[in-house]
Design a protein around this ligand. Structure first.
Ligand code: PHE
Length: 340
């Protein structure tokens, strides 16, 4: 029995030393200390010994069990440590490795400006509304007091789809759509693309964008229009920027005005951008023509309103000092990436 004990000890310790992973340790534990393990079997066979030999032998078996358990635990700690090291090594990220350069896109400058305009107007309580770019003559012209023989309807200016359908020449048809479907109070802005038969040059393009504003309620006056546009001007370009109204003509507003903003470049002192005048023409506006209100089903005896139309490209060019409108639609990345 002594010999057997010795051989169990030697083999167990040798296997333990060679064990390459914690799975093997478990196999050893079962083979030696388990219910059907070698050492357990040895303990069971003690009955064959003389009674006086049993205590000494029992003690030796228990000592071996304790030793193997201790070695198992020790070996397990070492292997676990090694396995962890290996895992960490495998998962390690070399933070000094140069990353693949990633090119990120940029908002188009017109989108940046439009976003800003919408923030300003929604901040004043305007609701954003959109309308179709392919529009009925009825909304684009007729309801806006542009009768069939009006010069602004000249085929030179308008892309006709057929006799009754056009590519909208301004965002004002959205006004007409809203006035015919809603009751005052109305307070909306309508951004979108517009189309005119125009040769593309530094300040013109057959496709451009506008944002339309419309307010209708009882007691709305020209001073509300002026106040709204002054607030808009200073929020867009900063303190000290105001508006100047010059008399003008639009069939759908009466009175009508061309509205200039203080030149943001020279703060009104006069420079190259404003051709020395201190003012920049930015938008058209006026009080909604009572005839238009009436045609759209709103009582002009009770309600008044104002409207304005701003050119998005124009504001964008002024804001960023873009010298030619073509840069806005050419989409040359060398231009666009400057707005990242
Ligand atoms: N619709 C006009 C244009 O395209 C601008 C405008 C809008 C003028 C609203 C007055 C009121 O030029």
């Amino acid at each position: 029995m002594q010999e057997k004990l010795q051989s169990i000890r030697e083999r167990a310790l040798e296997r333990l030393n060679q064990a390459a992973d914690t799975g093997v340790l478990e196999q050893i534990r079962v083979a030696v200390l388990g219910k059907k393990g070698e050492l357990t079997a040895l303990l069971r066979s003690m009955g064959q010994l003389a009674p006086e030999e049993r205590p000494a032998m029992g003690q030796k078996v228990n000592e071996l069990r304790a030793l193997i358990e201790e070695k198992l635990a020790e070996r397990e700690r070492a292997l676990k440590e090694r396995e962890k090291e290996a895992r960490l090594q495998k998962e390690a990220i070399d933070v000094t490795l140069p990353v693949q350069p990633r090119t990120s896109g940029a908002m188009h400058p017109c989108s940046i400006v439009l976003d800003q305009l919408l923030t300003i107007f929604t901040g004043m309580g305007f609701e954003v509304v959109e309308g179709p770019e392919v529009e009925y003559d009825h909304y684009n012209f007729e309801l806006l007091n542009l009768p069939k023989n009006h010069p602004a309807r000249d085929a030179q200016d308008t892309f006709y789809i057929d006799d009754n359908i056009v590519l909208r020449t301004h965002t004002s048809p959205v006004q007409a759509r809203i006035m015919t479907t809603r009751k005052p109070p109305i307070r909306i802005v309508c951004p979108g693309r517009t189309y005119r038969v125009d040769e593309a040059d530094a300040t013109h393009s057959p496709v451009f964008q506008q944002i339309e504003g419309l307010v209708i309620d009882e007691g709305i006056s020209m001073s509300d229009l002026k106040g709204t546009l002054d607030a808009f001007a200073s929020r867009l370009y900063g303190e000290g920027i105001t508006t100047r109204f010059r008399p003008s003509y639009f069939p759908f507003t009466e009175p009508s005005a061309e509205v200039d903003l203080t030149c943001a470049n020279c703060k009104g002192a006069g420079c190259r951008v404003c051709k020395g005048t201190g003012w920049i023409e930015v938008l058209g506006a006026g009080m909604v023509n009572p005839k238009v209100l009436e045609m759209c089903g709103i009582d002009p005896g009770k309600y008044t309103g104002f409207a304005f139309g701003i050119g998005i490209e124009r504001i964008t060019m002024l804001k960023y000092g873009v010298p030619n409108m073509k840069y806005l639609w050419e989409n040359d990345v060398r231009f666009l990436k400057q707005f990242r």
